[in-house]
Design a protein around this ligand. Structure first.
Ligand code: PLP
Length: 309
């Protein structure tokens, strides 16, 4: 049995994506080991370094870049090189962070990076992206136990472009959508800075209005998560936002279900017009539910957008 290591953001049954990894690892015969940390802060590189000094006999580690249910951003650029030092391969889920947050795959020495078309990339859902380091390729090639999968065997895709052979029917319409999205991203030089500015202005506006950000630190600029005020229910907020304002915010998953509201501002949603409208609608919704806000959310959001220029 291989020894595998899983990072999970919250305790077992609520780090939704971390737990997903645990299940995948077990499904393929690996032995997962959880590294659990405070659920309101990102993984601290110093603590990880200390941990690894004593305990580093792992084949690979999986990390979630932005843990979308809570909005925590892990500093994979600092964490992955620590693991690499001990020869531990890294598998990073950056589905909800890439293109909204800086990510330097080679500098971070990430071995396998996963992304999806439907988040900040803003292409139709349906495509997964994977980068594979030469070290990871070597490990796959030298395996003694055959990979018990067809579609999930990355070696099936080897040389697919050069040989013009794809293991199943090409999802042509998705690829066209992806091409348009990539062209948008390539021409959008201020993309990361805009995510940063919108994320920061959103957090400051919510805080000044008297709402409570769910996290203590490590805020992702792709999603803002705040605690549901105790006078109301999450679904009441979501319903008024949807029915009266035509805006979809999200609740959350696992133990955060009903506890927090998430405002997604990634990719095509990270634009000033839509976010201004969202903040105005949220202000109206919360007041209509009897929550007293100390500041006007829309006005504060606009104020900080300008201040952060
Ligand atoms: C959305 C999301 C996923 C799931 O992507 P699917 O395409 O639905 O499998 C995985 N990880 C993170 C961090 C996400 O935000």
């Amino acid at each position: 049995m291989k020894s595998l290591w899983i990072f999970i953001k919250r305790r077992v049954n609520n780090g939704v994506f971390g737990k997903g990894f645990v299940e995948f690892v077990s499904m393929y015969g690996g032995v997962p080991r959880l590294y659990t940390v405070n659920d309101k802060k990102p993984i601290d590189p110093k603590s990880l370094e200390t941990f690894l000094e004593k305990d580093h006999d792992y084949k690979y580690a999986t990390l979630v870049h932005c843990d979308t249910p809570s909005g925590i951003l892990n500093d994979v650029g600092a964490l992955c090189p620590l693991l690499d030092k001990y020869g531990i391969l890294t598998v990073v889920d950056s589905v909800s962070a890439m293109f909204g947050e800086e990510l330097r795959v080679d500098d971070a020495r990430i071995d396998v990076l996963c992304g999806g078309s439907q988040k900040a990339v803003s292409a139709p859902p349906g495509l997964a992206f994977v980068t594979i380091s030469s070290r990871a390729k070597k490990v796959m090639a030298e395996r003694k136990v055959p990979i018990a999968s067809f579609y999930a065997n990355l070696r099936i895709f080897e040389n697919y472009y050069e040989e013009k052979w794809f293991p199943y029917t090409m999802p042509v319409s998705d690829i066209y959508g992806l091409r348009a999205a990539v062209e948008n991203i390539a021409s959008d030089v201020g993309m990361l800075a805009r995510h940063q500015r919108i994320g920061e202005a959103c957090r400051r506006a919510l805080t000044e209005a008297g709402l409570n950000l769910h996290l203590e630190s490590g805020f992702s600029n792709t999603v803002t998560v705040f605690d549901v005020p105790k006078e109301v229910l999450a679904r009441e907020i979501l319903q008024i936002m949807r029915d009266k304002h035509g805006i979809m915010l999200a609740g959350s998953l696992g133990s955060l279900d009903g506890q927090v509201i998430r405002i997604g501002h990634m990719g095509s949603n990270a634009n000033i017009e839509d976010m201004t409208e969202t903040m105005g609608a949220l202000d109206d919704t919360l007041r209509s539910l009897g929550i007293s806000l100390k500041e006007d959310l829309r006005e504060r959001f606009r104020y900080y957008l300008d201040a952060l220029l």
